[in-house]
Design a protein around this ligand. Structure first.
Ligand SMILES: [Zn+2]
Length: 341
């Protein structure tokens, strides 16, 4: 077993040009900047980043409670500075449900104002209403059952800057993408961008809470920041090429769905497998294509003015919440599970 310090030193020299899965390993991206690829398949976990300032640590994404519990000891191995802030890149459970774990450890939860607004919309159970997404997720996750929603207490509209003369992190909202409240963490000196689910590196694009037309525009704005290293919220770390490929995936699938606009609903409903085959032929975006892309095709079809494939019903709500919280329709082989630890 190599020492953590040696492991980090070795990892620091690895080129990110070729994306490789390093699930569960702490990767030093730059001095004081770390990336950790969560185990999405086994635990539904998102990736983490953390930035070590002179006096404190800022963590990117809170993960599910079990992900937060896993990462805090790993952060402790890289620094003894207090974890003072955790940044939710958006409101989804695999990014924000671990907030309480970090808050209990002394952190303030910071997010774009849209994260709080989306929680108020979907987390009705936590805000005194009928059971919402938290309660739904709790059915399949022990860690959620044992915790509580902790909404962000520090919010921003456009940006929030953390700066101590040595380290600078800009939390920025660039528009609607994966959700209405997506935030990016931008390190201008190191040219590192933590993207949340606005940009992933693999078949993880859940589109149900976003808008794909605006998503492309938001990502094109993000490109203008000039990042050299992309830390996505799912899938391995990569170069700026990840952002280029993610945009290309949206443009390609939107172009395919646009061809359905003059087709009848019945034809559109069964078009996803053929679209999938077409997209898989494009090497640049192949890794973004999931086993099933029906929900993505339907979402874009509706955005373009088409009818939903199924009538709005209670069952449909479950169908749309399910991929979000427990399984993802675009997930790789083996991901479909009903109970997570
Ligand atoms: Zn998400």
């Amino acid at each position: 077993m190599k020492s953590p310090a040696l492991l980090l030193a070795l990892l620091a020299t690895v080129s990110f040009a070729v994306a490789a899965d390093k699930v569960g390993e702490v990767q030093q991206v730059a001095p004081g900047v770390y990336f950790h690829q969560g185990n999405i398949e086994k635990s539904g976990h998102c990736n983490h980043g953390w930035i070590v300032f002179k006096d404190y640590v800022l963590v990117v994404d809170a993960n599910f409670p079990s992900g937060a519990q896993e990462i805090i000891p790993k952060i402790r191995k890289t620094t003894d500075k207090p974890i003072k802030f955790v940044f939710d890149t958006h409101h989804h459970g695999d990014h924000a449900y671990g907030n309480k774990v970090f808050a209990d450890a002394g952190a303030t939860v910071v997010a774009h104002a849209g994260v709080l607004a989306s929680m108020k919309e979907h987390e009705t159970g936590a805000f005194g209403g009928k059971p919402g997404r938290w309660e739904f997720a709790a059915k399949g996750r022990a860690d959620v059952r044992e915790s509580k929603l902790h909404p962000p207490t520090m919010t921003f509209d456009k940006q929030k800057i953390f700066e101590d003369g040595k380290m600078r992190v800009e939390l920025v909202h660039l528009g609607v993408a994966h959700t209405k409240g997506d935030g990016f963490a931008w390190l201008p000196k190191e040219k590192i961008l933590f993207t949340g689910d606005a940009c992933v590196n693999g078949p993880f694009n859940y589109m149900g809470d976003g808008d794909t037309a605006q998503w492309v525009k938001t990502l094109e704005l993000a490109q203008k920041l000039g990042a050299e290293t992309i830390c996505p919220a799912h899938g391995p770390i990569g170069t700026k090429q990840v952002l280029i490929d993610q945009i290309a995936y949206f443009k390609a699938i939107r172009a395919e769905v646009a061809k359905l606009s003059d087709k009848k609903l019945e034809e559109a409903k069964v078009a996803a497998p053929a679209i999938r085959e077409t997209l898989l032929k494009n090497k640049q975006i192949e890794r973004y294509v999931g086993r099933v892309i029906d929900a993505q095709v339907e979402k874009i079809f509706v955005e373009m003015g088409g009818q939903p494939f199924t009538p709005k019903s209670a069952a449909r709500d479950v169908k749309f919440d399910l991929p979000l919280l427990t399984v993802r329709p675009t997930a790789p082989e083996g991901f479909f599970k009903t109970e997570f630890k």
